[in-house]
Structure formats: C-alpha cells, structure tokens
Design a protein around this ligand. Structure first.
Ligand code: ZN
Length: 319
C-alpha cells in the first residue's frame, strides 16, 4: 500500500499522520514547535522526526505539508507566517530533497478545506468557508467547489482582519486582529486573566502558575463544567460568531465549517458562536443563515487534507 503522510505545522505543534485513500488516519506522531522564535533548522528537524516516526522505516510515496502561514500560489515558498520562522523561504524543495520523496505544500486551512470538501462536512455544499482555530485563525474560501487563492495565494487570511481598532497586539505586527480574540491563544489569555481570582479546576494542572496554562488544560476543565473554562469558551465562541457574521455578509456561503484544535470543544464553542452569528448577521431574519458546523475531521482536517493532496500529486506524476 502506498504511504502518504500529511504534516500539519502549527504555531505550537507538529502533527504528522499516515492517511489512506478513505481519509482515515492510520498512524500519527507529534512534536512541539516553540513558535516563530525558533531557528528554521530546529523547526525542520521536528518535522523530519515526526515524518520518520510515522514512516517507521517504510518507503514514503509522498508528503503533504500543511503550513500555518502564507504559501505562494506555486506551493513552493512560505512567504510569511506569524507563528513560524519561515520568511519567503523555498521550504517545499528543501524538504523534498531532505526526505528523498515528493512533497506538496499548501496553507493549513486550504488543506483542511480540501479534506472537508472531498470527504467531510463540506461535501454537500458548493460555497463554503472553512475556518481553523488553532494558535491563531486560518481560513479558506471555497466557491463553486473551487478554492479561491487570490493574487498572492493569500485569500482567506481572516484572522488578521482588524476587529478592535487599537486592540491587542498581534504576532503579525498589527493590532486588534480577530485571532487575538478568537483562537487557542485567546482562550488561554481569557482563562489566565481569571486564575487566582475565582475558584477553578485550572489551578491544579498549571500548579497555580498562569504562565503554564495551555489550551488543552482549558478544554479539559471545560469538559468537567469548570465555570472559568466555560466562560473562556463562551467568549471565544461569541467572537467566532461575530467574525463569521462579517464573512457571511461579504460572501453569503451555504455553510461555515470550523476545524483546528479549538474545534475539539464542539458545542461549547459552536453554540455561543451560532447565537452571535444570528445576532450580528445583517438581515438575519430575512435570509437563510448559513449552517455553522464542526469540521468532520476536527483538529485532524489539515493533516488529512495535506496527505490527500500528496496522494493526488503522486497520482498525477505517474500518469
Ligand atoms: Zn494579526
């Protein structure tokens, strides 16, 4: 059986996965990435280790790289990535040479959209937006089942729309960006601000140190009904609905599909988001409000889409 591996390179972690033709994940490997402050060589070493762990000595037929950044239209370079160290860097060719196999690369949200349109929650829709909530926000626009790429290949970077003039500083260099209020980072910031002020289950996993608090800790506490964690999800969900209302006003899609690590919280996130969408959307009482759905593949949508793109590219090379 051919071995196609997807690698999702996010701001805090790398996830590599072997994915079969039915979009099932057969084997995974994870590494942490210390964000944009790390050397490129350190990041690429983490990717390499994750890929080799999944391959486990087998010959690799192709790797698909889902990068949390702006990828050029040719899929050769990462032009800019607020949470990663690559800058106008020909990443694809370098990693193809290092790994001795064919490599394809696209933006992580585009990869997630590919998986969801082909195999997942977006399969029955023609016009759909895909949003990935991880360290930041990734986005993809699918119109008539085709991905909108734009002049620079950067269409769908919704996370850096300014929603609060003069608001929180963003890693992109701007301020008040949507992802500062609606992302894994926003979730943690929200919970952190309440630590030490209210009784919460979050005290224990982080040892009372707000600096050690992580998104998965907030998710775990929310699942147990912790009020501080639930309030953090309510806030992020509310901001999600407000931002989605703006996107729907512009593009009027049939559905909006939400993936990325934060989407694992499912209805804790989507319920407040749907309420905010109905509240904020122009003409909400006089139109069909689009469905707001969790990605079928949840946090794995990006890695699955990347592996499927690699499989498709291998097929193209053979014929
Ligand atoms: Zn920004």
């Amino acid at each position: 059986m051919a071995l196609h591996i997807g690698v999702d390179v996010g701001g805090t972690k790398v996830l590599a996965a072997e994915v079969d033709a039915d979009a099932s994940v057969l084997r995974t490997a994870r590494r942490t990435t210390p964000g944009r402050r790390v050397e490129v060589a350190v990041l690429e070493q983490a990717l390499t280790e994750a890929v080799l762990e999944v391959a486990d000595g087998r010959r690799i037929d192709g790797v698909g790289l889902a990068a949390a950044g702006f990828v050029d239209p040719a899929g050769e370079r990462v032009m800019f990535a607020p949470h990663l160290p690559w800058r106008e860097d020909p990443v694809r060719a370098r990693l193809a040479q290092r790994w001795g196999t064919s490599v394809v690369m696209d933006n992580d949200a585009n990869c997630a959209a590919h998986a969801e349109v082909e195999h997942g929650a977006a399969r029955e829709f023609s016009d759909v937006l895909v949003i990935t909530l991880g360290t930041g926000i990734g986005g993809a626009v699918v119109l008539g089942r085709r991905l909108l790429r734009g002049r620079n290949g950067m269409a769908g970077e919704f996370g850096h729309q300014q929603v609060v003039p003069g608001g929180l500083a963003c890693e992109c260099g701007g301020s008040g960006c949507w992802e500062q209020y609606c992302s894994g980072n926003a979730l943690v910031r929200h919970a952190r601000a309440r630590l030490g002020h209210e009784p919460t289950l979050l005290e224990e996993p982080c040892g009372g140190d707000p600096g050690r608090l992580t998104g998965p800790m907030v998710s775990a506490a929310a699942a147990q009904g912790d009020p501080v964690a639930l309030a953090a999800f309510a806030s992020v969900g509310d901001w999600l609905g407000v931002g989605v209302a703006n996107l729907v006003a512009a593009l009027d899609p049939e559905a909006v599909v939400v993936g990325g690590g934060v989407s694992a919280a499912d209805e804790l996130l989507l319920e407040p988001a749907r309420a905010a969408l109905r509240r904020s959307l122009v003409g909400a009482h006089h139109r069909v409000v689009p469905r707001l759905l969790r990605a079928r593949f949840g946090p794995e949508a990006g890695v699955i889409g990347a592996a499927r793109l690699a499989a498709r590219a291998t097929l193209r090379d053979l014929t």
